[in-house]
Write a new protein. Structure first.
Length: 322
């Protein structure tokens, strides 16, 4: 393990652990918005090219998520891509669980937060399968049993195991999933949001229209989750690993710029390729000025024989294998 990998792994073990996962993490199983192709017929039906791409992308996310929940018996290249990506997510969740078990709960909580702007169900499915083989408390903000509803007050929870003779208390590792742009299994019911075990025809999501900031803050549920995001980054001795996110969502970029005033916070942004550093830096608002020292850009060229960084590479760094 080289010095950079060791430094990043130590940050994960010794600091409050957070992740920001964007659409790049789910490729190639789900295309990026820039990769979505639409026909003239689809454009006419939707009204604009952007809206046509939005509709097609959301339908693709619903299709892939449905396949995750109900895998088809016939194996196709598309199904293989989905299963391979699921295995990558499962490996990430396992490594996060291992890190939490190694952390000192007397110094920092044995918990991690995953914030994702993705609507897909890769993380939920990965967690569901990992829970069968590891001790990990999962929290997606839901309350209820048969009918589960989103409640942001449920995010700030810790769970401990008390010895049978009340002679010790051991904090269990916990993982919290926060989706500030919604999910394909969220259904709006009046003023509440129901979290289901299936893909919804008209899910509660913030579509990638370019007005995500406005749409997010207009809805109390989305606004509450962004507030949780900001509060977590304001906590002392925190680290945020960013992957698959280019900071084109200006409302999130602004929140990160504000969070960087917390000098004990470290943001480690993984770049898909070396040239992305410039794009990410500009999108974060540091085109004409040097970014703060607690913002780190992790490039492929910083690792041996790497010309791009994939989700599995983030996992390898956290595991100490890169």
């Amino acid at each position: 393990m080289d010095d950079l990998s060791e430094t990043l792994r130590n940050l994960a073990i010794t600091k409050r652990l957070n992740f920001l996962i964007g659409s790049g993490a789910s490729t190639p199983a789900i295309s990026l918005m820039s990769q979505v192709k639409v026909t003239e017929k689809e454009i006419r039906a939707a009204g604009t090219k952007k809206e046509a791409k939005n509709i097609k992308l959301i339908e693709k996310i619903k299709e892939v998520s449905g396949e995750l929940l109900h895998p088809q018996k016939n194996t196709t290249n598309k199904n293989k891509q989905i299963q391979l990506k699921l295995e990558e997510y499962k490996r990430l969740i396992k490594v996060i669980s291992e890190i939490l078990n190694q952390s000192n709960s007397r110094e920092i909580p044995r918990e991690a937060n995953i914030f994702t702007t993705n609507y897909d169900l890769f993380i939920e499915k990965a967690v569901d399968e990992v829970l069968a083989e590891t001790t990990l408390v999962f929290n997606d903000g839901a309350r209820g049993y048969f009918n589960r509803y989103l409640d942001s007050s449920n995010f700030n929870r810790t769970v401990s195991y008390e010895g049978l003779n009340n002679n010790y208390i051991d904090e269990l590792p916990s993982l919290t999933l926060i989706k500030p742009h919604g999910s394909v299994n969220w259904k709006r019911e009046g003023k509440e949001v129901q979290i289901l075990n299936s893909v919804i025809d008209e899910p509660m999501v913030v579509p990638p229209t370019g007005f995500e900031g406005r749409d997010t803050f207009l809805d109390d549920h989305f606004h509450d989750m962004l507030r949780v995001f900001q509060l977590e980054l304001d906590k002392p001795e925190s680290v945020l690993f960013v992957f698959g996110f280019s900071f084109q969502d200006d409302h999130i970029a602004r929140m990160l710029r504000r969070a960087l005033r917390n000098r004990s916070l470290i943001i480690a942004c993984f770049c898909w390729q070396d040239s992305d550093k410039i794009t990410y830096r500009n999108n974060l608002g540091y085109k004409k000025q040097e970014p703060p020292k607690n913002l780190k850009f992790i490039k492929p060229s910083q690792f041996k024989n790497k010309n791009k960084l994939e989700l599995k590479d983030l996992t390898d760094v956290l595991k100490g294998d890169l």
